[in-house]
Design a protein around this ligand. Structure first.
Ligand SMILES: Cc1ncc(COP(=O)(O)O)c(C=O)c1O
Length: 409
């Protein structure tokens, strides 16, 4: 029956992460693999009270269909939330989506024709790779540096794309505490990226689930807040700042770009759940997000500190081993010496009762074999210490094997 599949479905690949994470379910395994937010950051008591109240007193409204653009109450709360972040929008410039993953799908549907080129980081968020590839996007990778995408290389890739007669459409970036690397793009690079996009007439898809989860250093303005032309489309989500299970997010897009997104969403699901929209809106009205965010930030700060300390304590001091020091978010990125392959090591890691995500899953060019993503969000400080100890033991063994192979060669 395979011949019934659309071309799109027959070329789509299952998420490598999901396949690997299935192996990590045994209770003895300490997993740094999944990228889920910490459940202790969900304000469940407040949400439970609000849900009961809303369903009892406003059932005709919150259990009903709603406008595709999203409920006015929630959009107005988002408008108020964004202003102090320097993003000044009207209600009409917001589209509520069934979380950001739908936002990515809508971007691809609305703006990408098969073969169009979207530039993205090496590495980049796997869910974005999947969403764009579903629409036969030609994803072209650009290496990341400590302060974000290498923009000289981006300009080279754009020139090559044009020479090959392909259509360069957009740059996809996660500027704050990127998933998977934890890297943040500097302000200077954000400004230069806007200049490049202006000169080359590209859209910028700015995906920002983690910007509000900064627990160290100074905030950097979003690219959207620096944009004067409306060529940046910003994706925000409630998944990491309230609760992922609400499946709520917002797209910020200026007038000419908003319409096709609304039409695409209408075809996809008519509207996002009104119940969860009202839950989030009333939570924001009653409790405010800022106070809650302070709690979330301190939860992740403690865990990040524990992971960095454990890496410093246990990882072998060896040329080619390094890791990022994220100032926010949920992820940290480890680089091992060339010649080590975290994919090949994965089954041995499971034997050591520790798990990570192989870095190559986040590379659109097949690279990154010697890298891995570690998430500190759902593990305790004790698990972080023990898990990194196990990982370091594995790395030591693999280095010894690599040394032996090189000696024979
Ligand atoms: C960079 C990035 N974009 C989008 C998403 C999707 O988030 P959600 O669909 O929960 O809003 C994630 C989730 O981890 C992410 O890391």
């Amino acid at each position: 029956m395979d011949h019934h599949l659309s071309q799109r479905a027959s070329t789509a690949q299952r998420s490598a992460i999901r396949e690997l994470l299935a192996l990590t379910e045994k209770p003895e395994i300490i997993s740094f693999g999944g990228g889920l937010p910490a459940p202790e950051t969900f304000p469940h008591e407040e949400l439970a009270d609000l849900a009961a109240e809303l369903i009892r007193t406003q059932y005709a409204k919150v259990l009903q269909y709603g406008a595709t653009e999203g409920s006015v109450t929630l959009r107005d709360e988002v408008v108020r939330w964004l202003a102090p972040q320097g993003v000044f929008v009207t209600r009409e410039e917001l589209l509520i989506t069934t979380a950001s993953q739908q936002g990515l799908d809508l971007l691809a549907k609305a703006f990408i024709d098969p073969g169009d080129v979207v530039f993205c980081g090496l590495p980049t968020y796997l869910g974005a790779i999947q969403a764009f590839r579903m629409f036969q996007t030609d994803l072209v990778g650009v290496p990341l540096e400590d302060d974000g995408m290498n923009l000289d290389r981006l300009e080279e890739r754009i020139a090559e794309t044009r020479k090959e007669g392909k259509r360069a459409k957009a740059v996809y970036v996660v500027p704050d505490f990127q998933n998977p690397s934890g890297i943040t793009m500097s302000r200077a690079k954000r400004e230069r990226l806007l200049d490049i996009a202006r000169r080359e007439d590209l859209l910028i898809f700015e995906d920002d689930p983690y910007g509000q989860l900064r627990f160290a250093g100074e905030p950097i303005p979003s690219i959207c807040s620096l944009d004067t032309e409306g060529r940046v489309i910003l994706l925000l989500t409630f998944s990491k700042v309230l609760a992922a299970g609400l499946r709520l997010a917002a797209i910020v897009a200026r007038a000419p770009l908003m319409d096709p997104l609304v039409v695409a969403k209408q075809a996809a699901d008519l509207c996002t759940s009104k119940l969860t929209q009202h839950l989030a809106a009333h939570y924001m009205k009653r409790c405010g997000l800022e106070q809650h965010l302070q709690t979330i930030r301190s939860v992740y700060r403690v865990k990040r500190d524990a992971m960095v300390a454990a890496l410093e304590r246990y990882m072998p001091q060896h040329e080619g081993i390094s890791w990022t020091h994220p100032d926010g978010g949920l992820f940290l990125w480890v680089r091992l010496p060339e010649g080590l392959d975290t994919g090949e090591m994965f089954h041995r890691a499971i034997e050591h009762n520790v798990a990570y995500v192989t870095g190559s899953a986040f590379y659109v060019d097949g690279g990154g074999k010697n890298t891995m993503r570690l998430s500190y969000s759902v593990v305790t400080e004790e698990q972080i210490d023990e898990g990194i100890k196990r990982l370091a033991a594995l790395v030591r063994e693999e280095l010894a094997k690599l040394g032996a192979r090189q000696a024979v060669a």
